[in-house]
Design a binder for this molecule. Structure first.
Ligand code: HEC
Ligand code: HEC
Length: 203
């Protein structure tokens, strides 16, 4: 019996480690009111409309954006960069040729080095750039437009990203003189969990 418990324990350990260093809050059903959910949404909205997030969440055919206080006027990515259908510039000049995994001090942004994934644009159906918060809210809770995710999967996406990709992590800690998305990664996760538990209310 004990041996089985040890095996179960070993199986459980990696699952715990896969939270990317984050603590996932547990909200039992019915414990979060709609008002609390809307309050959480107002903080989420400030994140998902922030340039550190929207610059990669652009529509099909659009270039990545250079927007935010660092970029005046805001403009499409310089150097004639196009993402193409691949969203990684494979048809043109791959993002990775400049956005290297371990970029050193030259300031071309990349996700944290432990995440080996290529720098790339979000899929075209996840377009946030230029949208109002309410429109992004409706889109986020629509599985047709969020990559087929229910609320739990949206929350899990954050820990998954922290573990494997690091794009959301980067948005809160972009380095250099870049303005980070408001708040921090853990509080964004807390807000998302609260919003989901409240039934994903939109303003
Ligand atoms: C020729 C080099 C080069 C290539 C190729 C390149 N980039 Fe960039 N990218 C840069 C530089 C340099 C900056 C930073 C500009 C600055 O801070 O003034 C940048 C900044 C960005 C930003 C803005 C980040 C922020 O601060 O919010 C995004 C988004 C971006 N690139 C996406 C992409 C994507 C997606 C691709 C591939 C389709 C790509 N880039 C290809 C050089 C490149
Ligand atoms: C380097 C470009 C890049 C940046 C910067 C970026 N994302 Fe994304 N995002 C992606 C890619 C690529 C995907 C698709 C990957 C996936 O589904 O796992 C994605 C998917 C998502 C999704 C799931 C799909 C959806 O729209 O429902 C969410 C949520 C998300 N990003 C949130 C954020 C937030 C919040 C920020 C800022 C803190 C951010 N992203 C910054 C590239 C980026």
């Amino acid at each position: 019996m004990y041996r089985y418990l040890v095996i179960l324990g070993l199986l459980a350990t990696p699952a715990l480690a896969e939270t990317g260093g984050l603590t996932v809050p547990d909200h039992p059903e019915g414990t979060v009111s709609e008002a609390q959910g809307l309050d959480a949404w107002s903080r989420i909205e400030a994140v998902v409309t922030h340039p550190r997030c929207t610059n990669c969440h652009v529509e099909a055919g659009a270039a990545p954006m250079w927007s935010g206080p660092e970029f005046t006027p805001e403009r499409p990515h310089g150097m004639n960069i196009q993402a193409g259908d691949s969203r990684i510039g494979a048809e043109f000049l791959p993002c990775q040729s400049c956005h290297m995994t371990d970029p050193g001090p030259n300031m071309v942004p990349h996700a944290p080095p432990h995440t080996g994934l290529e720098w790339q644009l979000a899929p075209a159906e996840f377009v946030w750039f230029g949208k109002e918060g309410a429109a992004i809210c409706a889109q986020l809770r629509d599985p047709e437009r969020n990559g087929g995710r229910d609320g739990a999967a949206l929350v899990e996406h954050i820990t998954h990203d922290a573990e494997l990709r690091g794009f959301i992590t980067w948005g809160f800690a972009p380095g250099g003189d870049r303005e980070p998305a408001p708040g921090d990664l853990q509080s964004h996760l807390d807000d998302m969990a609260e919003w989901v538990a409240a039934g994903m209310p939109c303003p």
